[in-house]
Each structure stands twice: as structure tokens, then as C-alpha cells.
Write a protein that binds this ligand. Structure first.
Ligand SMILES: C[S@@+](CC[C@H](N)C(=O)[O-])C[C@H]1O[C@@H](n2cnc3c(N)ncnc32)[C@H](O)[C@@H]1O
Length: 189
């Protein structure tokens, strides 16, 4: 899969970014996560304007993974339409506070293969989003903040509390930009 194609498609995400998007420098790392584990269904918590959703959709093109992105953001419809046009029947946007996703019955599946946690980075939300991943029987959880100093303590606290083990540290530096993330797996006892 080509970085150049990602860069070209990323330019079509025309809504302004609000905070911390993964961006082109993260494509290779997110692509590797996809290729290593080939999830068929992905729940992304924290869409922003679609940068990481684009990575997941593009990298999983060979097997057509379906991505559900959750965010509180309004006014991102142009990016939602853009991804739905590029990847027909493979992308869904759910506008909600991630803490309410399951209790309000907004998520259409009972299980999901991988959950990417990149929404509200407080301890309470990291824990709640992880519990959502558990409720959906997610085999893998990818934490955007796994090695990021402001939040890594909270991510690791939740991992310890909920008995998650690190499968692989996908943090990378690319063009002098750092990306902080790690994939965890629920421990099978
Ligand atoms: C760091 S950005 C996500 C970046 C995105 N994954 C990417 O790579 O472009 C965090 C996003 O989480 C969203 N967010 C914050 N709190 C949230 C919540 N409680 N529920 C859902 N989304 C939330 C913000 O609106 C923001 O778009």
C-alpha cells in the first residue's frame, strides 16, 4: 500500500483538524497494525476529521474491513461523505459521547475485532472506552497514547487494572514526528 496514495487521499479531508490527528506520519504504523492482525471490524473512538479512519480503511482494502468511528464532533459530514464515497459500505460515523455508545444502543454490532482508543484521554474515559471494548468482545485494543508522556500512566493503569498485555509497541518516529501507540490483547487466562 502506498504512502503516496494515503497522502493524496488525506488532502481530501477538508474539515479543519481540532487536535492531535494521527496524520500521514502514522500511516505506516497503522497499516502494519492492520496487516499483522487483519481485523474485519474496527471501532474507532475519536474520529476528529478522519485521518486514522482513512489509514484503517486504506490499509485493509484487500479484505474490506468495516470501520465505525465515534466522535462528539458536529460538522464533519464532508469528511464522512468523502470516506463513504471512497470506501462504499465500509465506513460509518456515529456522533455521540463514547461513554453513551452502548447504553444508548447506538452501536449496531455485538462484537468487534479491534477497538482504537483515541478519544477523551482522561483516565475515566480510557477506562470506560476499554470497558466498551470488553463489552464488544474486542480481541485487540490499540491505544493511541500508549507511550505519550501526558497520558501513558493512565493507559498503563487501565491495562493493569483490566489485565491487558502488550502485544506490540507500534510507536514510531517518522519525518521527526512522533506517534505513540501500542496494541494490547486481553489476557487469556
Ligand atoms: C486526538 S483526536 C482523534 C484523532 C483521530 N483518531 C485521528 O487520528 O485523526 C480526539 C478526538 O476525540 C474526540 N472526543 C473527545 N472526547 C470524546 C468523547 N467523550 N466521545 C467521543 N469522542 C470524543 C474529539 O472530538 C477529537 O476529535
Amino acid at each position: 500500500m502506498s504512502q503516496a496514495r494515503y497522502n493524496e487521499l488525506h488532502a481530501g479531508l477538508t474539515v479543519h483538524t481540532i487536535t492531535g490527528e494521527t496524520g500521514p506520519h502514522a500511516f505506516r504504523s497503522l497499516e502494519k497494525t492492520m496487516l499483522d492482525f487483519k481485523p474485519k471490524t474496527i471501532l474507532e473512538i475519536g474520529f476528529n476529521r478522519g485521518s486514522s479512519a482513512l489509514s484503517f480503511l486504506l490499509a485493509s482494502e484487500p479484505w474490506g474491513a468495516v470501520v465505525y468511528s465515534v466522535d462528539v464532533r458536529r460538522n464533519v459530514q464532508p469528511c464522512v461523505d468523502y470516506l463513504q464515497e471512497l470506501f462504499p459500505n465500509r465506513f460509518h460515523y456515529i456522533k455521540t459521547d463514547s461513554a453513551r455508545l452502548l447504553e444508548d444502543g447506538l452501536f449496531p454490532l455485538e462484537t468487534v475485532d479491534l477497538v482504537f482508543i483515541d478519544g477523551n484521554h482522561s483516565y475515566e474515559y480510557i477506562r470506560k472506552d476499554t470497558e466498551t471494548a470488553f463489552a464488544l468482545n474486542a480481541r485487540y485494543i490499540l491505544y493511541d497514547e500508549y507511550t505519550h508522556p501526558p497520558h501513558m500512566k493512565d493507559v498503563r493503569k487501565v491495562m493493569k487494572e483490566l489485565d491487558l498485555v502488550l502485544v506490540e509497541d507500534y510507536s514510531v518516529t517518522f519525518n521527526d514526528k512522533q506517534l505513540f501507540q501500542g496494541l494490547t490483547e486481553r489476557r487469556v487466562l
